[in-house]
Design a binder for this molecule. Structure first.
Ligand code: GLN
Length: 220
């Protein structure tokens, strides 16, 4: 499996180690490529979008022409795991004009909703499809405050009639986990996004869910 880690900025080495660990647990070898330029994403089977600083990441993705390649990857149905700043970039709206979102998941996120670095914390999180809580590490984490139905219409909160840009025939957004009532893990089609950092723990179950289909979520 060729695993591309978006490496323009952020916690790249942690993501590389985490996908290697997760693949090994399934008897597969992940060949990790760090993506800083266009031209490599089309060769990747899966993509990881790390945490970091979403303003910088989105600017560099656009400058290098990697943004369209990521969109094509998702349009081809190939999986992506986007964590924290990665989720912000993958969203439909980050409520911040400095972030050029990729519209991969029909959600609106609130950057830094969980406060500043000092407000980082770890918590056991109930995740749909997982039998026991996941040790979720939140670092200046975004909160998902609107979840679309994938058809371009917000179905939860927000400003009602605002036009969304998600694929009108796309999959619905599924909330996989909530913290204090708000969504912190979502899935839409081949894309899983988390507010927290599964790559910072040795627990590979979020990677299993995103890439190895060993966790049955739908219908639960
Ligand atoms: N709050 C950061 C941002 O807006 C993300 C923090 C993180 O990825 N740990 O980009």
């Amino acid at each position: 499996m060729q695993a591309g880690v978006i490496a323009v900025q952020g916690d790249v080495s942690e993501h590389a180690a985490a996908i290697e660990r997760a693949a090994a647990a399934h008897g597969e070898a992940a060949e990790v490529v760090e993506i800083r330029q266009s031209g490599t994403v089309p060769d990747c089977d899966v993509l990881l979008m790390p945490g970091g600083e979403s303003t910088a990441i989105s600017r560099l993705l656009a400058r290098e022409g990697i943004d369209d390649e990521i969109r094509d990857h998702v349009a081809a149905g190939k999986p992506v795991l986007a964590t924290c700043a990665g989720l912000i970039v993958a969203a439909t709206d980050a409520k911040d004009e400095r972030v050029d979102t990729l519209d991969l998941i029909d959600v609106t996120v609130d950057r830094n909703a969980f406060g500043r670095q000092k407000d980082s914390f770890e918590a056991p999180l109930a995740v749909k499809g997982l039998e026991s809580p996941f040790p979720a590490v939140f670092i200046r984490a975004p909160l998902i405050d609107e979840v679309g139905d994938g058809s371009g219409v917000p179905i939860n909160g927000g400003d009602g009639g605002r036009q969304r840009t998600a694929d009108p025939d796309g999959d619905a957004v599924e909330v996989l986990a909530r913290w204090d009532g708000d969504p912190v893990a979502v899935r839409q089609g081949p894309v899983v996004g988390t507010s927290f950092h599964p790559e910072l723990t040795s627990d590979s179950r979020i990677h299993d869910l995103a890439f190895f289909d060993t966790v049955e979520v739908s219908g639960q």
